[in-house]
Design a protein around this ligand. Structure first.
Ligand SMILES: Nc1ncnc2c1ncn2[C@@H]1O[C@H](COP(=O)(O)OP(=O)(O)OP(=O)(O)O)[C@@H](O)[C@H]1O
Length: 244
């Protein structure tokens, strides 16, 4: 049984169909990618899986059970946690405090929350900065904190929404290693990503979304050879990269 199964998912906002009959599965222990042009509907798909939006129709199964209608907090407790593209920490609070907020999903004990938070700060390379206010972190450290907060909820399925955007090539390499380490700890990962080098390095399977629809699925090598994907997304990306 797949850890996550999305079946014929549709989400309309008024007349706009943001998600149009999308089906996909995510196997336990895998790293799965979601790619596609800006506005394709990737973040909406994450918002549906994580309970921030309710689907217009279709079903979402987690560990074989429908989760449609459950709220983000309940889904977090079940083991589904997402990061946000635009990171919004409690800016004046310390890095440790921010990470502890996630841990309180699992425990009422402050000492236990602190233990979990310190654990994830070590993993994400933020331990030395635990007492610094979140607002004084660099972009890459804010992204790390977003991942740390999510990990502190002890997810089974972690949804990463463009965590590599805005990072330098060296930071991307470090982040790729971090994603591998997280998976090695038994966390299944579904990631929206535009940095194709990271998608190629990390993902076993990739789903390609365009105008709300899934237009292709396969290994990174397969989808990057797919004519529909090149036309809808990669052509535009490579053309942009070539013109820089
Ligand atoms: N709450 C909303 N109300 C109305 N329209 C929305 C809402 N959320 C998203 N949309 C629309 O749905 C479409 C898909 O948006 P979405 O943010 O999911 O795309 P995306 O693939 O994540 O894009 P990006 O890569 O730029 O983040 C867009 O046309 C967007 O304007």
């Amino acid at each position: 049984m797949a850890l996550l199964e999305v079946r014929n998912l549709v989400k309309r906002f008024g007349g706009l169909v943001a998600t149009n009959d999308v089906s996909l599965t995510v196997e336990k222990g895998s790293i799965t990618g979601v790619i596609g042009p800006n506005g394709a509907g990737k973040t909406t798909l994450f918002a549906l899986i994580s309970g921030f939006h309710t689907p217009t129709s279709g079903d979402i199964l987690f560990e074989g059970r429908s989760i449609v209608g459950l709220k983000p907090y309940d889904l977090c407790r079940l083991g589904i946690t997402r990061t946000f593209q635009v990171v919004k920490p409690f800016a004046g609070k310390s890095v440790l405090y921010n990470a502890m907020v996630g841990a309180f999903v699992r425990t009422n004990s402050t000492a236990e929350a602190e233990r979990i938070a310190l654990d994830v700060l070590r993993l994400t390379g933020l331990y030395e900065k635990r007492d610094v206010p979140a607002k004084s972190l660099t972009i890459v450290d804010r992204k790390r904190l977003e991942v740390a907060k999510a990990l502190a909820t002890r997810p089974k399925l972690l949804l990463l929404d463009e965590v590599l955007a805005g990072l330098t090539p060296r930071e991307v390499t470090e982040a790729v290693e971090l994603v591998r380490t997280i998976r090695a700890q038994g966390v299944t990962i579904l990631m929206i990503e535009h940095v194709m080098q990271a998608v190629m390095a990390l993902c076993e399977r990739v789903h390609v979304i365009h105008h709300g629809e899934k237009i292709a699925e396969g290994t990174p090598a397969e989808v990057t050879r797919d004519e529909k994907v090149i036309q809808a997304y990669l052509g535009e990306k490579y053309a942009a990269a070539g013109s820089q």
